[in-house]
Design a protein around this ligand. Structure first.
Ligand SMILES: Nc1ncnc2c1ncn2[C@@H]1O[C@H](COP(=O)(O)OP(=O)(O)OP(=O)(O)O)[C@@H](O)[C@H]1O
Ligand SMILES: [Mg+2]
Length: 436
């Protein structure tokens, strides 16, 4: 018996003994049939339900979450597998177990950061994931419509997660002994895992779309079309901020089609092109000066790999800085967020994005690290010719058979049993120095 089971045996044993429904998989069970109640009233019990106090209910959920994080394993997926998840009932059954496991592991990851509980952003993220866990655990497999609306609600509520988690992690870097490397590793793991969860949820929403069911994975993704659209958007943003935009040439060498998530590719190419546009604008003063040096995107590949190269003549990156560009804390632009005295970040007061609601072209410092397509087994390389320009290479798995990068082990220390009440749970969990 593993450590998690030894420490936290009660809730799931209780469920089995009380005859709660069980899932197909022997290792798990369906949603609680608990009803939180201020007092336990045996006479008002509905068949198959147990009434517990609200506080006890929260404790049970907390301990169930530890069980999900520690004793159950997420299932890493490939894009091909996601593409073939087309049966709403099967996918719902799968997600009712898979998503809570993934949310629970995200909570454990947060708790693995020493002192996380002193930072508002981290507490908020934890509570958002706990809420998502609770919402899904309250559903049964028959709750078809509720499942869809809960997924939508979770997605909506978690919409600003990226901003909060980067903000929280940076604040922790500034105000604790956490090293840059630990923060970067935490963000890498957290954000990569988040992409997987988001894609699985999006797949369910896509295949149950009332009028036109579809898949989140495009079996015939056209990278050239995606790059054209990303280039249009990046150029529009550039013109908005600088009044002009350098030229972009798109060269389609291979007429590639492959299974991929078009929005994900669009996101990556938009980030890479924004970087090139900014570098060009800062090197050349106007469009006529830049005309002879278009940013060039080449798209090609062989049977296994699709390659997209973005080349610019924007002055390159000093070779000494090449390591740092992958850090979530590195930017040479005026930061889009500034740190307040409490270590939390607030939007830059005279930032363009505040004035007119339009995002800045650079300054968040996360464009490159977030564009590494490790989620689907690809990689991103950057080569600089200092004083001349930068070549960025994006390599993607063409067959869609690379497995999602998902850690199936967990280093985070377990909370100490018995200290759940009055918030002591949080401080005891966070006082254990994790091996991030
Ligand atoms: N093509 C490029 N040419 C020159 N410098 C670049 C290029 N791409 C990236 N960089 C350097 O790497 C830094 C980090 O890039 P990254 O995209 O991660 O963050 P950012 O552009 O500063 O902010 P944002 O997250 O808003 O994109 C940039 O600030 C810039 O100094
Ligand atoms: Mg950028």
């Amino acid at each position: 018996m593993n450590r998690a089971c030894r420490l936290w045996p009660l809730p799931w044993r209780a469920c089995a003994n009380l005859g709660f429904r069980t899932l197909n998989s022997a290792s798990s069970y369906s949603a609680f049939s608990f009803r939180a109640s201020p007092t336990f009233t045996a006479s008002s019990r509905l068949p198959g339900t147990v009434e517990v106090s609200k506080q006890r209910f929260e404790e049970l959920l907390e301990s169930e979450m530890v069980h999900f994080a520690r004793a159950m394993k997420p299932h890493p997926m490939t894009l091909q597998q996601i593409l073939h998840l087309r049966d709403p009932t099967e996918l719902r059954e799968f997600l009712l177990e898979e998503l809570p496991i993934r949310y629970a592991r995200r909570v454990q990851l947060i708790e693995s950061l020493p002192g996380w509980n002193s930072f508002g952003s981290m507490r908020m993220i934890r509570s958002l994931y706990f809420d998502a866990f609770r919402r899904l655990r309250a559903l049964t497999q028959e709750d078809k419509d509720s499942f869809r609306s809960e997924l939508q609600a979770i997605k909506r509520r978690n919409g600003n997660m990226l901003f909060h988690v980067v903000r929280g992690a940076r604040a922790m870097r500034t105000n604790t002994t956490l090293a840059d490397e630990q923060v970067n590793r935490f963000l890498d793991e957290f954000l990569t895992a988040r992409i997987g969860t988001d894609i699985l949820s999006s797949q369910y929403l896509a295949i149950t779309r009332p009028d036109t069911p579809t898949s989140v994975v495009n079996p015939e993704c056209d990278p050239v079309g995606v790059v054209r659209s990303a280039a249009r958007d990046a150029a529009t943003l550039c013109r908005h901020h600088y009044g002009w935009s350098p030229p972009i040439d798109i060269v389609d060498v291979g007429q590639v089609r492959f299974p991929f998530i078009s929005q994900y590719l669009n996101y990556i190419m938009f980030e890479l092109l924004k970087n090139s546009l900014r570098a060009m604008v800062e090197k050349f003063g106007s469009r006529p000066e830049a005309e002879a040096y278009p940013i060039r995107v080449v798209i090609c590949g062989d049977d296994d790999t699709v390659v997209l190269r973005v080349s610019d003549s924007g002055g390159g990156i000093p070779l000494d800085d090449m390591e740092q560009v992958w850090s979530y804390m590195y930017t040479t632009a005026r930061p889009a967020c500034e740190e307040a005295s409490n270590g939390e970040m607030s939007p830059n007061e005279d930032d363009d994005s505040d004035d007119d609601g339009v995002a800045p072209l650079a300054g968040f410092g996360c464009g490159l690290p977030l564009s590494r397509p490790c989620y689907v087994g690809g990689w991103l390389e950057l080569n600089s010719i200092p004083e001349f320009g930068t070549d960025t290479y994006l390599y993607l798995n063409r067959a869609g058979n690379a497995q999602e990068e998902l850690r199936t082990d967990l280093d985070a220390a377990l909370p100490i049993r018995g200290s759940l009440l009055n918030g002591a749970y949080y401080s005891s969990a966070s006082s254990v120095s994790p091996n991030l």
